[in-house]
Design a protein around this ligand. Structure first.
Ligand code: FCB
Length: 442
C-alpha cells in the first residue's frame, strides 16, 4: 500500500456550539441550540453548551495544542448568532473580532483555517420565522456568507458552507431529536431543499469576494442491506438515495433522485423551483465527507420510508454504540467516484473519529488505545481508496477536544484531548501523542 501524498492536509475539526461557550458574551444572539438545551428532557445529561470547553476564552491554548500536534489545518465553525444576533441585518463587531483573533492566531502558527459557516446553530430569530422550513432562510444565509467573505476574505483558506444538512433535516426537523426539535416527519423535506439552495447562493456570494476554495460538508454513509432479501436490498437503495443522493445529486448533477421526487409527490412542487437546481449545482472546489459508520438497513413497512436502521451485531462498537466499519469508508469513496465520475470534485474527509469514555488514570494519563486503533484502521481504509484513484486531499479528525455532543450532552467524548468539564483542564490523550508521532514521521 502506498503512503499519503506529500501535500495531504491534516487537521482536526470542531464546531462553535460544541466548544465555544460564552453564549451570552459580547452581543451573541440566541441560537436554536440555546433554547433546545434549556428545554427540560432534550439533552441526555441535562447539560448545555453555555460554557462547553470555554474555547471562546481559551482558544490560544487550543491553538497551541494543535501546533504541538503537528496539524496544518483546522476546521472550525463560525457561530451565525455571534455575527448577526438577529440572523439578518445588523452585524455584531465583537463577533467578527473574535474570529479575527482566532484566524490570526491560526495563521501565525501556519495552521490553515477551514471555516464552516453553519454547523447547526441557527439564530433563533430565524427559527421564529420558520427556520429552514422557510425559503427566506436560504437568502439570509447567503447574506451572512457575503458579509463573512467581506470580513475575512482570503484569511479563511477554505470555506465550507454547511455541515451535514441531512442531520439537520432528519434529527432537527423530521424526528425532533436535535434543535429546533420539530417532528414534522416527511413534511420536513423543504429543509433539505432550502439548505442546499442556501449553499448555492452562498457559493455565489463568497466567490464575488474571496479567492479561497469553497466546499460543503455532507454526512455520507454507504447503505448496507441487513440481509440479501429483495425487500432489504430495495430498502437499502432507498436509504442510500435519501441519505446521500438527496444532497449529492442536486449538488453534482443538478437534479433530485427520481425516487425521492416520487416520494415527495405534490409537496415537491410547492417548494422546488426549477431554477433553484442550477443555483444548487454551482461548481464547488471540494466535497467535505464526514464518515462514521454505514447505514445498516432493513425493510419495515410500518416505519417511515418503509425501512429502519438495525445494529450490525458482529461488529465492535465505539462508546456511542456505533459499529466500527473502516471498509465502509473505502466503499463510500469508491461509490462516489463511480457514480459522479468527472463531476466529483476533490474530497476532504472533514470528520472521522470515535467516542470512548476514557478518563485520566491515577497518574493522569489517558490511555485511549481503542481510538488509536480506530484511527489507524480508518486511515488504512482511506489509503485504499486513494490507491484506487479517489482524489482525497485531506483528513480532519473529529475532534480536537472532548466537547458538547448535542443530544448526548457531555456523555460522549470524541477528543484527542481530554477536557475536564469542571476545571476545563485539557490533557492530551494517548491518541494525541500517537497522531503527533505519525505526523512527525511524515
Ligand atoms: C457529526 C457532527 C459533529 C459531531 C460528530 C460526532 O454528525 O457534525 O458535530 O457531533 O457527528
Amino acid at each position: 500500500m502506498s503512503d499519503f501524498p506529500k501535500h495531504f492536509v491534516w487537521g482536526t475539526a470542531t464546531a462553535a456550539y460544541q466548544i465555544e461557550g460564552a453564549v451570552q458574551q459580547d452581543g451573541r444572539g440566541a441560537s436554536v441550540w440555546d433554547l433546545f438545551t434549556h428545554t427540560p428532557g432534550k439533552i441526555k445529561d441535562g447539560s448545555n453548551g453555555d460554557r462547553a470547553c470555554d474555547h471562546y476564552y481559551r482558544f490560544p491554548e487550543d491553538i497551541r495544542l494543535m501546533k504541538e500536534l503537528g496539524v496544518n489545518a483546522y476546521r472550525f465553525s463560525i457561530a451565525w448568532p455571534r455575527i448577526q444576533p438577529e440572523g439578518k441585518g445588523r452585524v455584531n463587531p465583537k463577533g467578527i473580532a473574535f474570529y479575527d483573533r482566532l484566524l490570526d492566531g491560526l495563521l501565525e502558527q501556519h495552521i490553515d483555517p477551514y471555516a464552516t459557516l453553519f454547523h447547526w446553530d441557527l439564530p433563533q430569530a430565524l427559527e421564529d420565522q420558520g427556520g429552514w422550513m422557510n425559503r427566506d432562510t436560504a437568502y439570509r444565509f447567503a447574506e451572512y456568507a457575503h458579509l463573512l467573505a467581506d470580513a475575512f476574505q482570503d484569511r479563511i483558506k477554505s470555506w465550507i458552507t454547511l455541515n451535514e444538512p441531512f442531520v439537520v433535516l432528519t434529527l432537527g426537523y423530521a424526528l425532533g431529536q436535535h434543535a429546533p426539535g420539530k417532528a414534522y416527519g416527511l413534511q420536513a423535506m423543504p429543509v433539505a431543499h432550502h439548505q442546499m439552495l442556501g449553499h448555492g447562493l452562498a457559493v455565489q456570494a463568497i466567490r464575488e469576494i474571496s479567492q479561497s476554495p469553497i466546499g460543503i460538508t455532507h454526512s455520507l454513509a454507504p447503505a448496507i442491506p441487513a440481509t440479501d432479501r429483495d425487500e432489504d436490498i430495495q430498502a437499502a437503495t432507498l436509504m442510500d438515495e435519501f441519505h446521500n443522493g438527496l444532497f449529492l445529486d442536486p449538488l453534482l448533477r443538478g437534479q433530485y433522485p427520481k425516487s425521492l421526487v416520487a416520494l415527495m409527490g405534490e409537496q415537491a412542487e410547492s417548494f422546488i423551483r426549477t431554477e433553484d437546481l442550477s443555483v444548487m449545482s454551482a461548481p464547488i472546489d471540494f466535497l467535505g465527507v464526514n464518515y462514521y459508520a454505514p447505514d445498516h438497513v432493513r425493510a419495515n413497512s410500518k416505519a417511515p420510508l418503509g425501512l429502519e436502521m438495525v445494529p450490525m451485531p458482529d461488529r465492535p462498537k465505539t462508546g456511542f454504540g456505533w459499529p466500527i466499519v473502516p471498509e465502509g469508508l473505502t466503499q463510500l469513496l469508491l461509490d462516489l467516484k463511480e457514480r459522479y465520475a468527472e463531476k466529483l470534485p476533490p474530497i476532504h474527509i472533514t470528520e472521522n473519529g470515535c467516542s470512548y469514555p476514557d478518563l485520566p488514570d491515577a497518574a493522569g494519563k489517558i490511555d485511549d488505545s481503542k481510538r488509536i486503533e480506530y484511527l489507524e484502521l480508518h486511515l488504512e481504509a482511506l489509503l485504499k481508496a486513494l490507491d484506487k484513484g479517489v482524489d482525497v486531499r485531506g483528513y480532519f479528525c473529529w475532534s480536537l477536544l472532548d466537547n458538547f455532543e448535542w443530544a448526548e450532552g457531555y456523555t460522549q467524548r470524541f477528543g484527542l484531548v481530554h477536557v475536564d468539564f469542571e476545571t476545563l483542564k485539557r490533557t492530551p490523550k494517548a491518541s494525541y501523542h500517537w497522531l503527533q508521532q505519525f505526523l512527525r514521521g511524515r
